[in-house]
Design a protein around this ligand. Structure first.
Ligand SMILES: NC(=O)c1ccc[n+]([C@@H]2O[C@H](COP(=O)([O-])OP(=O)(O)OC[C@H]3O[C@@H](n4cnc5c(N)ncnc54)[C@H](O)[C@@H]3O)[C@@H](O)[C@H]2O)c1
Length: 321
């Protein structure tokens, strides 16, 4: 296959490119990335041995998107502004990349009939109560509660509308929180690891009782592979590894694994409008596409800690606290 991967220098996109070449070494990948602060060429060191081309460019530029979408078998869109806190400060770039960018990709798909997969998030469904057993599934109502998730929801609606109107070969996945190598240290787990190693305060929003549903990034990549190969056009697939954990417990596991004191935990003011709990029912993709996650949280966390401690220098330059 010849794939156009957008946002492939970021966290999940770079893991996906590596995952794909490991499984399909003779395929071709074009990686279109704007190279924002979240991108890092070092995420893909050694990738040149495969049929890999990097193009610096912006999915919000229709000309770039149309030129690169011609003659590819599939487009997988990871390109997005992805940090909720940044969207609270200023959401202009979120609208541009996450909505207008997806609109451009869909227009190219409409013109060329290319297979398209939109990588989306469980955050489009909003927040669940802390003390409940409820989980989101494919029938849950969209209820985005911050500018980031609102732009991702808008993009999902565009994809669904283009399927309904033009019957295009499109799919969407809404995945829970990813962790693993290559994530920018603005995010909870890498930031906690890096600060713990440096014996610096580890910031925790509010009470730390918020629950996230964690999945190791490689398991997300294998779910995407299943959807790209066998997904039904027009369908949405929710992806998770049944990994609900309280933020405070994730931090405590990191401190324990690195043999550091819980005194490093530093409770800071909560994020405005902070969602309290995400939980995903992934039965549809398990049942219909035969996918299953393989990495237990404890093992994934150990692999993740190893990656950041081994590559500390690279991440130290990016960390703000
Ligand atoms: N990180 C998670 O836990 C998670 C969970 C579910 C879904 N997602 C989704 O997965 C996708 C990837 O997330 P991530 O965590 O890897 O993000 P990231 O911020 O690490 O990477 C995003 C990449 O997209 C690039 N990019 C941004 N705007 C662009 C544009 N206009 N044109 C081209 N490239 C652009 C950046 O340079 C960067 O390399 C996003 O769409 C996100 O919404 C993330």
């Amino acid at each position: 296959m010849k794939l156009l991967v957008t946002g492939g220098l970021g966290f999940i996109g770079s893991n996906f490119i590596r995952y794909w070449f490991n499984k399909h070494s003779r395929d071709t990948i074009i990686n279109l990335d704007k190279v924002t602060y979240a991108a890092d060429q070092r995420n893909l060191i050694g990738i040149e041995k495969y049929n890999y081309t990097f193009v610096k460019g912006d999915i919000s530029n229709p000309k770039t998107v149309f030129t690169l979408s011609k003659n590819v078998d599939a487009i997988i869109n990871f390109a997005a502004e992805s940090h909720v806190d940044n969207s609270i400060l200023n959401s202009s770039n979120f609208v541009k990349s996450n909505i207008i960018g997806v609109h451009n990709l869909l227009e190219a798909v409409r013109k060329y009939g290319t297979r398209f997969h939109q990588v989306s998030t469980d955050e489009v469904y909003g927040s669940l109560p802390l003390n409940s057993k409820l989980k989101f599934n494919e029938k849950s109502r969209y209820n985005p509660r911050n500018p980031y998730s609102a732009t991702k929801a808008a993009a999902d609606h565009l994809v669904n509308a283009y399927f309904n109107t033009y019957k295009l070969p499109v799919t969407i996945s809404n995945c829970s929180n990813n962790y693993g190598p290559n994530q920018h240290p603005e995010k909870l787990i890498p930031k906690a690891i890096i600060n713990t190693v440096r014996e610096m305060p580890v910031p925790v929003y509010g009470s730390g009782l918020q629950i996230r549903d964690w999945i190791y990034v490689e398991d997300h990549c294998s779910a995407l592979e299943q959807i790209i190969k066998n997904g039904i056009y027009g369908e949405i697939y929710l992806v998770s590894a049944n990994g609900e954990k309280r933020n405070i417990d994730v931090i405590k596991s990191i401190l324990k694994e690195l043999n550091k004191s819980e005194k490093l935990i530093n409770f800071v003011n909560d994020r405005p409008g902070h969602d309290v709990r995400y939980a995903i029912d992934a039965n549809k993709i398990i049942r219909e596409l035969g996918w299953k996650p393989r990495t237990k949280f404890e093992k994934g966390l150990r692999l993740t800690i190893n990656h950041y401690t081994k590559n500390l220098d690279r991440y130290l330059k990016k960390v703000s606290i």
